[in-house]
Design a protein around this ligand. Structure first.
Ligand code: SF4
Length: 437
């Protein structure tokens, strides 16, 4: 592996945690003399994989196929597979892809420089959590910076691979997080998104047991003009203290992402989700009642094994009752080694899953439109993220604190500015407005 010229490209697939890992790999490798370049210029290529759905896995394999072709045509490349698929499939990937030089897992990131000095094709997968090393982080150049506060999950939902690929919950120390947050603010980012598979578990594994609410309050105290977001929340782990902290925080955005997954108690039990429909509704209502202009978003799975038509209809009914602001949807995708993935005799046919997913999406669209309409007439703060030109007009695109997308015209404001906007029109996915006087 010595022959490479140190030009690195990472193809990142999947969640924000993967994006954050890739930023850390770029930063670490820059310390060892690697430049960050485009895919075609690179001679060291990493695909940082996601195994949440078969589709994401296939995307990684197709990328590898392209790189394998380049190698066959004589390009001197080092090709590596990282991330959750690597963690899950291990050596099998070296067999499956003869042109791949290196497979390294989610816990082996910091070994990468040493692995590149070893001879032969290598598979490095560890189940033991890694010890973090301090390198600079090369972040995406936009207004938002990802900041992982914890990794892993203890919940073992029956459809999910995360506890197997990312291990058990581990929190990063409060000091490290605060230090990283200060650096992010210094670099001029306007938004910090705290990442964790279950942010409300933050600190439970640390000696002095700082809570997630405490962490939020400490970050809220930092100087600077910026916003704090966080994702993902597990419904029954959200505490009164977190709700109060979000309500009172100056910089903490009023937005909760709380996956419900199904609106039927039997299916929730089969998914090993630790709440029932009423408990979920209670927490969402409490948040909606307590916090002004809050958005609650969710995730839903269509066609979990054994889901009947009536049980699916329960999900539709609950979405309509909950006044959710937005939800991600997916049809059930069997994942290897998960309990649900072994329920092969109870799998729902693809055409039924597809139809249910379409129905879910229609329902989500309606909910999103209804939610957006409630904001027409209000004047709220928008953080500008993009500049678009439409019909000769300079249109700005940004987000409210609750994450809703807003478009408005301005010739003077720029990316990273906080602007008061009067909202005067709603569509399904966004709002339109004009700069307030
Ligand atoms: S809470 Fe469930 S779905 Fe979320 S990461 Fe943990 S096991 Fe997966």
């Amino acid at each position: 592996m010595h022959s490479i010229k140190r030009k690195l490209y990472i193809e990142t697939i999947g969640c924000q945690m993967n994006k954050s890992d890739s930023e850390r790999i770029y930063g670490m490798m820059s310390h060892f003399g690697y430049d960050t370049v485009s895919e075609n210029e690179a001679d060291f290529l990493i695909v940082n994989t996601c195994s949440i759905r078969q589709l994401s896995e296939d995307k990684a394999y197709s990328k590898l196929g392209n790189w394998g072709q380049r190698k066959k045509r004589g390009e001197k490349l080092v090709i590596a597979i990282a991330g959750c698929v690597a963690q899950q499939e291990k050596e099998k990937l070296l067999k499956k892809f003869p042109y791949v030089d290196l497979v390294f897992g989610t816990q082996n990131i910091y070994e990468l420089p040493a692995l590149l000095n070893r001879e032969g094709r290598i598979c490095a997968i560890s189940d033991k959590p890694y010890a973090e090393k301090e390198y600079k982080i090369i972040r995406n150049k936009n207004i938002n910076a990802w900041l992982p506060i914890m990794e892993g999950c203890n919940n073992f939902c029956t459809y999910c691979v995360v506890p197997y690929t990312r291990g058990r919950e581990r929190s990063r120390s409060l000091d490290v997080i605060i230090k990283e947050a200060k650096q992010i603010i210094k670099e001029g980012f306007r938004e910090i998104t705290l990442l964790g598979q279950n942010v409300d578990s933050y600190g439970k594994d640390l000696n002095d047991k700082p809570t997630f609410a405490y962490l939020l309050r400490e970050l809220d105290k930092l100087d600077g003009e910026f916003r704090i977001r966080f994702t993902t929340s597990y419904p029954t782990d959200i505490t009164e203290d977190v709700i109060k902290t979000v309500k009172e925080g100056k910089k903490i955005c009023e937005c909760f992402h709380i996956p419900m997954q199904s609106g039927n108690d039997r299916i929730l039990k089969a998914m090993n989700r630790r709440y029932n429909v009423d408990e979920y509704k209670n927490i969402v209502r409490k948040i909606q009642n307590e916090i002004e202009n809050v958005a609650v978003t969710s995730d839903f799975i269509a066609g979990f094994p054994s889901e009947t038509e009536e049980e699916f209809k329960d999900t539709i009914k609950q979405i309509k009752e909950l006044n959710l602001d937005y939800s991600n949807t997916a049809s059930y995708s069997p994942r290897p080694n998960t309990p649900a993935g072994k329920m092969t005799d109870k799998f729902i046919p693809d055409d039924v899953k597809k139809r249910r997913l379409n129905e879910l999406n229609e329902c989500i669209k309606e909910a999103s439109f209804n939610s957006n309409k409630k904001y027409v007439g209000k004047t709220l703060e928008v953080l500008v993220e993009k500049i678009n030109f439409k019909d000769g007009k300079r249109m700005l695109e940004g987000r409210l604190r609750n994450n809703k997308v807003v478009h408005f015209q301005s010739d003077v404001d720029n990316i990273g500015d906080f602007v008061r906007v009067r909202l005067n029109e709603a569509s399904i996915w966004c709002l339109f407005g004009q700069k307030a006087d």
